[in-house]
Ligand binder design. Structure first.
Ligand SMILES: [Zn+2]
Length: 132
């Protein structure tokens, strides 16, 4: 087991670079991930306040990220519905295809990793290996 004080853990590839090497090169020896010194210090009462601010900021940004993703997903779903509703009859097939594409985008942004659409003469399904 290597001493963690002598190695820097790369956030890019997970491998350990010796600190003596990392100080000189400033990036990972394996994947060229740049090391950023993101340490901070706080003492006494300031430490608790700083910790609280960090946690609150993290929670606020996580909430904004979630709400923004669902908002964009809802907008895409509305666009898909409007394409179907307002499409001229001569462009019905193209409108359905675009509406389907927008619906798939909306589902993907909302976090669905599998979907299945069944209609007479039509079956669309999709899966994703990646989960965000
Ligand atoms: Zn690396």
């Amino acid at each position: 087991m290597s001493n963690p004080r002598e190695y820097l853990l790369c956030s890019g590839c997970g491998k350990q670079t010796p600190i003596s090497q990392a100080r000189v090169r400033k990036h990972c020896a394996y994947c060229a991930q740049i090391f950023v010194d993101s340490r901070f210090e706080a003492h006494g009462g300031e430490a608790m306040t700083a910790q609280t601010e960090i946690v609150q900021y993290h929670l606020r940004m996580a909430m904004i990220r979630t709400v923004a993703a669902y908002s964009i997903s809802a907008i895409f779903a509305i666009i898909a519905a409007m394409i179907v509703i307002f499409a001229p009859e001569s462009r019905g097939v193209a409108a359905n295809l675009f509406a389907g594409a927008f619906l798939v985008l909306a589902l993907g942004i909302a976090g669905f990793t599998r979907f299945l659409v069944k209609a007479p003469g039509l079956e669309i399904s999709g899966t994703s290996q990646n989960s965000i």
